[in-house]
Structure formats: C-alpha cells, structure tokens
Design a protein around this ligand. Structure first.
Ligand code: BGN
Length: 268
C-alpha cells in the first residue's frame, strides 16, 4: 500500500505495521479498545460511511486509533461500505452503522465520522454527549481556511447519545449523492428542540479544540434533488429514517483495525 508522502508526518507507514503497532497497544479484533488502567465512563461506537477510499481508510485508522486511545476511551470502529451501483448515501450508511453496532454491543453513544476528517486537537473529546445535547465536533476546517462554520452546519463529525439519535429518527434515507443529508439532520434536531453543543462550549477562546484537517479527494457529484429534499424534509421526519431503514447486509468481518460491514442498499 502506497501512503502519500504528506501523511508520513502522521507516522503512517503501511497497513501491516499499523496493525502490529496497534495490537501491541491492546487493540482487539474488530477495532475495539478498552483502556488498560482505568474504566471508561461509556462505550462509544464510531461509524464511518465508506466506499472506494482505501488510502484514506488506512490513514484515518492509523491516526484515529491513537487519538482515541490517548483519551482513554472504550470504543469500536464500524466501517459501513456501500456496494457499487447507486450514488453514495451517507445518511443511510450512518443509520445502518447505528443499528449494526447495537447488534454487537451496548454502546452508549455514537460518533458519525467522515473518513476524510482528522481531529487536530486532543482536547476535542470523543466521549459521550449528554442526552439532549448532540455535539458538532468540527468547527474550523482547513479546507475552509479555518473560518468558523455556520451555526447550522451539522456535517463532518457529529456525536449523539443513543436516545437522541432514536428520537430524531436518525438521518433521512433519501439523500443519494453528495450534500444536504446533514442539513436535513440539523432540521430534525431543531424540530425536536435539541440543542447543538460544541467541544469548546463555555470556553469561547478555545475554538481551536474543534479544528480538523481533511484528506484530499476529488469532488463528489452533488445531488441535484437536495434543496427540494431539505425543503420537504419536515413532512417526513417521523416516517423516513431509522424507522423505514431497509438494507441487505452482505457480510460483517471483524478485521484487526475495524469491523467491516458491507451492505447493499438500493435506490427505488
Ligand atoms: C453544504 C452542503 C452540506 C455540506 C456542507 C459543507 C447542501 C444543501 C444545499 C444548501 N449542503 O452546502 O451537505 O456538508 O456544504 O461541505 O449542499
């Protein structure tokens, strides 16, 4: 596996070296970890929607495991991969990760994480948010020149208690192609009076807690339907989401660095 030069600074070499190194640290099969010398308060499931980004996957995993371990978290990583055919459906893959993770263990909360986002600051805590307080983890991002993202931005990396994600009925399943599913999710939060929190709440000078670096990729094809879907979203909050989720799981594999769930989802 060829890892780009720019990521060597993250200590990334190749997949096998990373597996060995992380195993020495105590990583268990399926990409699960428990701190050795203390008990983590809650168990966190990290859900990554995925297709065709092998190099990103290796870079992301080699970075995020060490990041999470420095925070002494108990966690597992679920990579939910969509088969070829239909346009990518980020929201639906997140919903699937949410349901599948619960078949494996009793997670208290979920972090829905794009594969191309790397948290820069160890003070950005990936522990569970309280009920009623979903968290937007990314506030300033390198590709936006680290300018503050707008109040309504709820993409990239978000954290939910299990109860809140059920309450909002998860993501919409109807966003095929790039864009809008996160805006729809934000509307779901407002509809249910859930307050968005951020890693630096109460510490307004420390927005740098929520800084992210992104991994480069070519632009995805935007979904031309996204504005209409967002606009009409409110009529579907109760009927479209976890409640209407349908998919075929082709396999689940417990790999050294992550649990790999391969799914067939169709655009009807
Ligand atoms: C927005 C996208 C989001 C995306 C952010 C950041 C839309 C819907 C029409 C407004 N929303 O514009 O999905 O996370 O950019 O890239 O395209």
């Amino acid at each position: 596996m060829d890892i780009p030069q720019s990521t060597k600074s993250l200590g990334v070499t190749n997949e096998h070296d990373i597996e060995l190194r992380l195993k020495e640290n105590g990583l268990e099969i399926g990409g699960s970890y428990k701190p050795k010398y203390c008990r983590s308060r809650n168990k966190v499931a990290i859900v990554i929607p995925y297709r065709n980004r092998k190099v990103h996957l290796i870079i992301f995993l080699s970075y995020i495991h060490l990041f999470l371990q420095r925070q002494q978290l108990e966690y597992s990583i679920f990579v939910v991969e969509q088969t070829d055919g239909s346009p990518f459906n980020r929201g639906m893959l997140m919903n699937i990760g949410f349901e599948e993770a619960q078949l494996q263990s009793n997670f208290k909360c979920f972090i829905f994480h794009d594969i191309d986002m790397l948290p820069e600051n160890d003070a950005n805590l990936y522990g569970c948010p309280e009920d009623g307080k979903p968290r937007q983890m990314a506030f300033t991002i390198d590709i936006f020149e680290y300018k503050s993202t707008p109040d309504g931005y709820f993409g990239g990396v978000t954290a939910f208690s299990i109860k809140d994600f059920r309450k909002v009925n998860g993501f919409s399943n109807l966003f095929w192609g790039w864009g809008g599913e996160d805006d729809d999710l934000f509307q779901r939060l407002s509809f249910h009076n859930l307050t968005v929190t951020r890693p630096f709440d109460g510490l307004p000078n420390l927005t740098s807690f929520a800084r992210y670096r992104t991994l480069y990729h070519t632009e995805e094809k935007p979904n031309p339907e996204r504005w209409r879907l967002i606009q009409e979203g409110k009529w579907r909050f109760q009927t479209d989401g976890l409640i209407s989720l349908q998919y075929r799981r082709l396999f689940i594999k417990f790999k050294p660095l992550y649990t790999h769930i391969y799914v067939d989802i169709k655009k009807y």
